[in-house]
Design a protein around this ligand. Structure first.
Ligand SMILES: Nc1ncnc2c1ncn2[C@@H]1O[C@H](COP(=O)(O)OP(=O)(O)OP(=O)(O)O)[C@@H](O)[C@H]1O
Ligand SMILES: [Mg+2]
Length: 263
């Protein structure tokens, strides 16, 4: 089961929150493979299951049924203890709100997961990541002394410092202005193209998604479409189509409002 080239795969992934008449089927049978060395964007309306998918695939939440395989290991039924250990070294996660420790410097935040798991920091890799993320001169500052974009780049470096099998990022640019967002996105793309990492990110922004090699569209807990090497225009057209065809069927009818309405 699963594509050998995939860094992470889900098969018939179902997540139900609650029970009885108020139960919510957040994921309704998702099959997806994230290829080694790719940057994938996940898009879809609010409530379509994007965060749930990221959390289940990163081992932060357990699926109701179905399997998640990361780097050949089935994590869907792993004990919390093993999962926690595996997450620290094999899976990176970037949150919309950075989640840095305020009392630690940028450098200390970046190496924190390795320090906790008593894993040696590979200095050459650390230097490469911090250089690529453009933070060399800010490493001894605390989060409160950094801009939002710089804080998010610290969070990205922290996610990458263990050379994880895969990094999941849930709206990593959701709190950033477009210039800071551009810096974070350029770094995520560079981490894939130049450092050979594998990254999956959720975004509402067609411009952010256009940095990806592939965009996967979710609706009502199911995958409803995908694009390879998409332009921003193609992403807008797909979003317009899935918004019920309200924008007609020609590119001339597509406008930015449609993407903003889905954001
Ligand atoms: N812990 C929870 N308990 C109950 N329901 C939940 C929980 N987490 C998510 N849900 C529900 O599951 C569905 C999917 O939520 P999810 O957070 O995955 O959506 P999303 O696509 O990330 O949305 P957004 O774009 O707003 O972040 C929603 O209907 C949500 O209300
Ligand atoms: Mg979400």
């Amino acid at each position: 089961m699963g594509d050998l080239e995939a860094r992470a795969s889900a098969r018939d992934l179902v997540k139900v929150y609650g029970s009885g008449p108020t139960a919510v089927r957040a994921l309704d049978g998702v099959d997806v493979d994230f290829a080694r060395g790719g940057l994938t964007a996940i898009m879809g309306p609010s409530g379509s299951g994007k965060s749930t998918l990221m959390h289940c695939m990163a081992g932060l939440d357990s699926p109701t049924s179905g399997t998640v395989v990361v780097d050949g290991v089935d994590i869907s039924r792993m004990s919390q203890r093993r999962l926690t250990a595996l997450r620290r070294t094999h899976i990176g996660f970037v949150f919309q709100s950075y989640n840095l420790v305020p009392t630690l410097t940028a450098a200390e935040n970046i190496t924190l997961p390795l320090d906790i798991s008593r894993t040696r920091v590979d200095r050459a890799w650390y230097d490469e990541v911090t250089a690529a993320v453009g933070l060399r001169d800010r490493l001894h500052h605390r989060p409160s002394e950094l801009s939002g974009g710089q804080q998010q780049r610290v969070a990205c470096a922290r996610a990458l410092v263990s050379r994880p099998s895969i990094v999941f990022a849930d709206e990593p640019t959701g709190n950033l202005d477009s210039r800071s967002a551009g810096e974070v996105l350029a770094f995520l793309r560079r981490s894939v193209d130049e450092l050979g990492q594998t990254v999956v990110m959720v975004t509402h922004d067609p411009r952010a998604a256009s940095y990806a090699h592939r965009v996967v569209f979710l609706a009502d807990g199911r995958i409803v479409g995908e694009l390879r090497d998409p332009t921003q225009q193609e992403i807008l057209e797909t979003l317009a189509g899935s918004a019920g065809g309200a924008a007609g069927d020609g590119p001339a009818d597509v406008d930015v409002d449609v993407a903003e309405r889905t954001a």
